[in-house]
Design a protein. Structure first.
Length: 467
């Protein structure tokens, strides 16, 4: 007999499970299917969580190397990759156990390890891998949250590259790191990996197609991180990669052409890491065309409330391409739940501009809201005010004096429309930056706030009061 549910969710990552739990907690019935058999999606399996765990290990190794700054005498021996990945796996295992308990504690949620696909606008076919069974369910609402996958480059030899799976996947990382590596891509994924590997003693070369790394972010942010990155890796921008070849076992050559003068270049390394970004993951058998759901190269088309062109079918997270970050996916998923529960009375929406973006480099970067260039493109006249990170006590205590915080302020209203920066604790500072932009604070309102001393958060109120 066909079962009916209030909501069917395809995908258990950040775009799927927040809505599933919120709807289930109201007493409504929810079925969710995910290939990994747990919550967290790629973020937990081989993305945000494990990559930041590896980063913490790399930072600890870096800090041990500069222990004399703190008046200590620490002599680190070696960075043990297998011990680092064991630590990383432990972090993932703890979170998986936490998620499993959350699933078991929600009586209105049915969770299936397997695949889901649309049969028509109201039915989902689910393949349960554990029960070796395939069945279909009827759902009043359907949420598609299939996430994203690594972008593949159309170059010869690309199949020989490593990707984030090889460095971060749960209990499936490479057993050892090579002594040298070429990274293809200078976005935040490539930049973060470059810092981690370099800190662990790997000779790193970064090759980026565009003229600068971190394209699209604030120009001063990109320039500051790029200048620091060049201190520890070999960086080449404006390069079109033409091919990858294995010249001998465990030895690869990356060939490219410099765009400005068509000069042919090549770099040799023990491995090549592809970090060219991510693209929405839409399985060929998902059934979008069968149902008539509009989609394209940038994902499933949705409005600001995550509706597809079929009103009771939503798409949230990376799969709609609006903002491919885990916290964005969670926000989208929560909007879906609100929309289902409140309908036309729901007054919330998703705005990708206000979402904080971070770069876990050394020093860290943050970007929230509009850059000056983006504001001017929208016809908004703005001013920039800047304060150096190194003026704050916290930065001086930890010895991270580089960087800045920049407020982008609309001239007509005094509202803060963007905040960008590089320096000590910048990733954490992005939370305050998000609140300022999201709430539409003026620089005067921010200046009336008082942040605790000695933390790097003080830079906000001091900068605002300087205007």
């Amino acid at each position: 007999m066909e079962k009916s549910y209030d909501l069917a969710v395809i995908g258990g990552g950040g775009g799927g499970y927040p809505a599933a739990f919120q709807i289930a907690k109201t007493g409504r019935s929810v079925i969710m299917v995910d290939e990994k058999g747990n919550l967290g999606g790629n973020c937990l399996y081989e993305g945000c969580i494990p990559s930041k765990a590896v980063r913490e290990a790399a930072l600890a190794w870096r800090e041990a190397g500069r222990s004399s700054f703190f008046g200590l005498n620490v002599s680190p021996k070696e960075a043990d990759w297998q011990s680092i990945t064991s630590y990383k796996d432990g972090v993932q295992e703890r979170r998986y156990a936490q998620h499993k308990a959350e699933i078991e504690e929600e009586p209105n949620l049915t969770f299936i390890r397997g695949r889901g696909k649309l049969i028509d606008a109201n039915h989902v076919e689910i393949t349960d891998w554990d029960a070796d069974d395939t069945f279909r369910v009827k759902a009043s609402y359907i949420l598609i949250a299939t996430g994203s996958t690594a972008t593949e480059l159309p170059i010869d030899g690309f199949e020989m590259t490593w990707n984030h799976h090889d460095l971060y996947s749960f209990q499936d990382t490479k057993d050892a790191l090579p002594s040298s590596m070429v990274i293809l891509g200078g976005g935040y994924i490539g930049v973060e990996a470059a810092y981690q590997l370099s800190d662990l003693g790997i000779k790193v070369t970064v090759v980026e197609m565009l003229p600068t790394i971190l394209s699209g972010m604030d120009r001063d942010l990109s320039a500051t991180i790029e200048a620091n990155l060049k201190k520890q890796v070999d960086l080449h921008t404006g390069i079109r990669v033409t091919g990858i070849a294995e010249v001998e076992k465990g030895r690869y050559v990356v060939k490219g052409v410099r765009e400005e003068d068509d000069k042919e270049l090549e770099w040799a390394a023990g491995a090549v890491l592809a970090a060219a970004g991510r693209r929405p993951f839409i399985p060929s058998d998902l059934g979008l065309d069968l149902v008539g759901i509009e989609h394209g190269a940038h994902g499933i088309l949705t409005d600001t409330r995550m509706h597809t062109n079929v009103p009771h079918i939503y798409a949230a997270g990376d799969v709609n391409g609006q903002s491919m970050l885990f916290h964005s996916a969670v926000r989208m998923s929560e909007i879906v739940a609100k929309d289902i529960l409140a309908g036309p009375f729901m007054d919330d929406f998703f705005d990708p501009v206000e979402i904080p973006a971070t770069v876990f480099s050394s020093p860290e970067g943050l970007s929230v809201g509009l850059t000056t260039e983006h504001a001017e493109q929208r016809g908004i006249r703005v001013d920039e005010i800047v304060r150096h990170m190194g003026k704050e006590a916290r930065a001086q205590i930890v010895g991270e004096l580089e960087g800045f915080i920049k407020l982008v302020i609309a001239r007509r209203t005094g509202r803060i429309v963007g905040i960008h920066g590089v320096g000590a604790d910048a990733a954490s500072l992005s939370a305050v930056a998000h609140m300022a932009v999201r709430l539409g604070l003026t620089v005067d309102q921010l200046g009336r706030m008082t942040f605790p001393h000695p933390t790097q958060f003080e830079i906000f109120d001091r900068l605002a009061r300087s205007v």
